[in-house]
Design a protein around this ligand. Structure first.
Ligand SMILES: CCCCCCCCCCCC(=O)SCCNC(=O)CCNC(=O)[C@H](O)C(C)(C)COP(=O)(O)OP(=O)(O)OC[C@H]1O[C@@H](n2cnc3c(N)ncnc32)[C@H](O)[C@@H]1OP(=O)(O)O
Length: 194
């Protein structure tokens, strides 16, 4: 029996991604999709506090400042934290497509150690779309957008309906989110597609 296709190489009949006409201009902040998100939420004290910005085409950028609480080895960033930063920047590409999508697969290469205090410049872009599948890549460079490559990722996101969250999340947080007009605005922004 043939199993699911999990390759990160887009199939031959995948199409080029289309930047949504309502996507913010390059350089504009995309905003947080959820205040309590570990990656981008402003109300998440333990979070990465990534401020992700629209890029050219279907791309996005962010800067992670590696803090003491991000350590794995002494003085060096934990790989999981770096993967989370890549995942979050990739996840924000949904704003550029106006599609709600979640990570199905994330493959990460850790190219060089990232010391505490580093400003890691992240850039993610969608490379292809095939039905609900969104193929994307990301890179993190130390010290600046042209700095040495420290981490890179290839990912496959899968487009989902808002019910993915309402049916699988915890009632308490869902009720609070749906009572928050800012959160409802975010959901509506994603639902209006194209
Ligand atoms: C309000 C604003 C919020 C906005 C919210 C934005 C959040 C962003 C946060 C950052 C990003 C995250 O961390 S998101 C959180 C981490 N991710 C998750 O929790 C997702 C957990 N996984 C799932 O819920 C599910 O497995 C899904 C949704 C990914 C797929 O399930 P499904 O909907 O039933 O789809 P399914 O038919 O299985 O698959 C559809 C196609 O995708 C392929 N596919 C499925 N899974 C994979 C996989 N792991 N690796 C490769 N490919 C895969 C299948 O082969 C198939 O291709 P083909 O055979 O048809 O060709």
């Amino acid at each position: 029996m043939r199993g699911p296709t999990t390759s990160l190489t887009p199939p031959a009949d995948a199409v080029a991604p289309a930047r949504h006409s309502g996507a913010p201009a390059p350089g504009e902040p995309l905003g947080s999709h959820y205040d309590h998100c570990f990656g981008c939420g402003g109300k998440q004290p333990h979070g990465l506090h990534l401020e992700i910005r629209a890029g050219e085409g279907v791309s996005a950028t962010a800067v992670l400042t590696v803090r003491e609480e991000h350590q794995g080895a002494p003085g060096l960033a934990h790989g999981g934290v770096l993967a989370a930063a890549l995942d979050e920047t990739l996840g924000a590409l949904g704003w550029m497509l106006r599609t709600i999508a979640v990570t199905g697969r994330l493959e990460t290469d850790f190219v060089r150690p990232v010391p505490v205090g580093t400003e890691l410049h992240l850039r993610a872009e969608v490379t292809a779309v095939h039905g609900r599948k969104i193929y994307a890549t990301a890179a993190g460079r130390a010290g600046g957008p042209e700095g040495p490559l420290a981490v890179r990722a290839a990912a496959l996101f899968v487009a989902v309906e808002v019910e993915h969250f309402t049916e699988n999340g915890r009632d308490e947080e869902i009720r609070a989110a749906m009572a928050d007009p800012d959160q409802v605005r975010v959901v509506r922004a994603f639902e209006v597609n194209p």
